[in-house]
Design a protein around this ligand. Structure first.
Ligand SMILES: [Fe+2]
Length: 283
């Protein structure tokens, strides 16, 4: 059986160091995905990512604009990442044999809204056009490869409570803060092929105003799994003072999703903590 091990880094917010790279070197996953908000527009992390020798795909988030409305800071990140960035496009990874389709770059969620930086770089892309770009990218993928949709903000439709995967928690009333263009695109893609996995970040796991923790996992009736990987801050240490680095972990076997978990690694790729979100039933 062909097992595919995918590691996903949630919103970095500047947290990326030698220990992250040591963990990845020890794990040697089949692919690394990043959901954006690498930093606030600094160039250091994109440069480090390009030096990794792993099959990789990335989408930038709203923070990657660096609050620079001219779009120049966002464009600099895009230039540094080059082909690694798959916003509104397809990135097929060979090896291991994985199709990654990027959603709308630099999204801040909230339905469909392009901030000024994104509009300066990409032009005024409306909801329908954005959905169609994502849909077209997925249709151009090799149908034999497992498909992962990579987004900064997740789709709308995953619930309107503060603790839902894309729920607004920072202001009452809570509401669905997901992206409508992405939800529309997923719906269209599924008319042609299954979408086993959608990964995203943006809405952090720890809810504002002391409301507890966010649901980071959801699965719908069509068999699509949604994973919010934004465990922020992703660098920490346990009570013994051991340094921890958070990554999400996904396994496919022969194209079928087998496992989804949050994992906290330490030196040498050891795994002191794991939260399993999904495991396929053994037939
Ligand atoms: Fe974000």
């Amino acid at each position: 059986m062909a097992t595919l091990r995918i590691v996903i880094a949630g919103d970095l917010h500047g947290q990326w160091d030698g220990l992250d790279e040591e963990v990845l070197a020890a794990l040697a996953p089949d692919a690394l995905l990043l959901v954006g908000d690498l930093s606030d527009g600094q160039q250091l992390i994109p440069k480090r990512l390009t030096r990794l020798s792993l099959p990789m795909a990335c989408i930038l988030g709203n923070h990657d604009t660096g609050r620079d409305a001219s779009g120049r800071t966002l464009q600099r990140q895009l230039d540094l990442l080059g082909d690694l960035h798959c916003g509104w496009g397809l990135r097929e990874l060979h090896p291991p044999g994985l199709a990654v389709v990027g959603a709308r770059p630099a999204s801040a969620g909230g339905g469909h809204y392009l901030n000024r930086a994104a509009e300066a770089v990409f032009g005024p892309v409306g909801l329908e056009e954005s959905a169609e770009r994502i849909h077209a990218a997925a249709l151009s993928a090799d149908p034999h490869l497992p498909l992962v949709v990579l987004a900064h903000s997740g789709p709308s439709g995953l619930g309107s409570g503060a603790a839902d995967p894309c729920g607004r928690d920072w202001k009452a009333p809570a509401c669905d803060w997901g992206d409508q263009d992405l939800a529309l695109a997923i719906d269209r893609i599924r008319r042609s092929r299954p979408v086993p996995l959608v990964v995203f970040g943006h809405m952090h796991h720890r809810l504002k105003r002391g409301q507890g923790e966010r649901q980071s996992f959801s699965r719908d009736r069509s068999g699509t799994t949604y994973l919010n990987t934004a465990f922020v801050p992703r660098h920490g240490e346990d009570p013994q003072g051991r340094a921890l680095r958070h990554f999400s972990w996904v396994e496919f076997e022969d194209g079928v999703l087998q496992e989804v978990s949050h994992r906290w690694f330490s030196h040498g790729g050891t795994l002191p903590y794991r939260q399993t979100l999904f495991r396929a039933e053994v037939a």
